[in-house]
Design a binder for this molecule. Structure first.
Ligand code: G
Ligand code: G
Ligand code: MN
Ligand code: NA
Length: 251
């Protein structure tokens, strides 16, 4: 398709970029981590959402060159953050087809080694759906990544089909509560009950929790009152270029 051609070209000509959004300690406001979010700006200046180009990349083999680009770009971002005294993890989103293939492991290992990047500065986010088709491969992959020092988060938690068995069997460090449970939290007792249940589960399994999509103080206060340690959302910072993010925190 035309869009496939354009996306291929965008990867080759480096017309993609990474934005970063901080994850903060809800109590202190300290930045504890960042998430990398891919952006594609077309020649006409318009943006194509990753919700469009990631599925496109997955349908075609472009997910593999995209993965190469993403890992290389994440290494650059880690270097820039470190130079600005932010020695934190950068989380990258990894899609289903990427984890179904052990080539990802080699890709990540090679990139980190060539760039002298510490695996303790990297984290990966997976959605629950990746476990369904390829549990055996995913399990090997996650254990290898984890033994290198890379941490593993489950993204959009609560929206998919994550059997709780996976939380026990796989090396999961962190759950990210999907923003659909947070967006009306202050007025919706069902969302409050779901979040409290997830927090209780994670506490007992020794898994960290990040609440996503926090936009106001009422949401932050509810989460704090229920011992949710970490959060992400427009209330703290929007996703932005690494340069703009570093400028902001240096002020
Ligand atoms: O940043 P934004 O709201 O536009 O992201 C929309 C969706 O695209 C989110 O689900 C996000 O996880 C996903 N996404 C953003 N960047 C990447 C990426 O580099 N890889 C993958 N697999 N998904 C991404
Ligand atoms: O699926 P994933 O969690 O990786 O994607 C994160 C998405 O959420 C990104 O598209 C990012 O732009 C978006 N996002 C981050 N913070 C907020 C927020 O506070 N409100 C809303 N509506 N979206 C957010
Ligand atoms: Mn994510
Ligand atoms: Na998410």
């Amino acid at each position: 398709s035309e869009m496939e051609q354009q996306f291929r070209e965008a990867i080759e000509k480096n017309h993609l970029s990474l934005h970063v959004q901080p994850i903060v300690d809800l109590k202190t406001g300290d930045i504890v981590k960042c998430e990398a979010l891919a952006r594609w700006k077309k020649a006409d200046g318009s943006f194509v959402s990753p919700e469009v180009f990631i599925p496109l990349a997955e349908r075609t083999d472009l997910i593999f060159p995209f993965g190469e680009w993403l890992i290389a770009e994440a290494c650059s971002a880690i270097e820039k953050l470190k130079a600005a005294s932010l020695d934190i993890r950068l989380a990258i989103n990894i899609s289903g087809r990427q984890v179904a293939d052990l080539a990802l492991l080699k890709q990540i290992q090679t990139a980190l080694k060539n760039r002298y990047i510490d695996p303790n500065n990297l984290s990966i986010e997976l959605t629950e759906s990746v476990f369904i088709d390829s549990l055996d491969t995913v399990s090997i992959l996650l254990n290898e990544l984890r033994s290198m020092g890379i941490t593993i988060s489950i993204d959009d938690f609560g929206t998919g089909f994550c059997s709780l068995v996976y939380l026990k069997k796989l090396p999961i460090d962190e759950l990210k509560i999907d923003r659909s449970f947070v967006s009306e939290l202050e007025n919706n007792t069902d969302d409050q009950a779901i979040i409290q249940a997830i927090l209780g589960l994670a506490d007992n399994l020794n898994i960290n929790i990040i609440a996503e999509g926090i936009e106001n103080a009422a949401q932050q206060n509810f989460l704090l009152a229920h011992n949710c340690a970490f959060g992400q959302g427009y209330l703290f910072e929007r996703p932005q270029s690494v340069e703009s993010f570093i400028d902001k925190i240096n002020k």
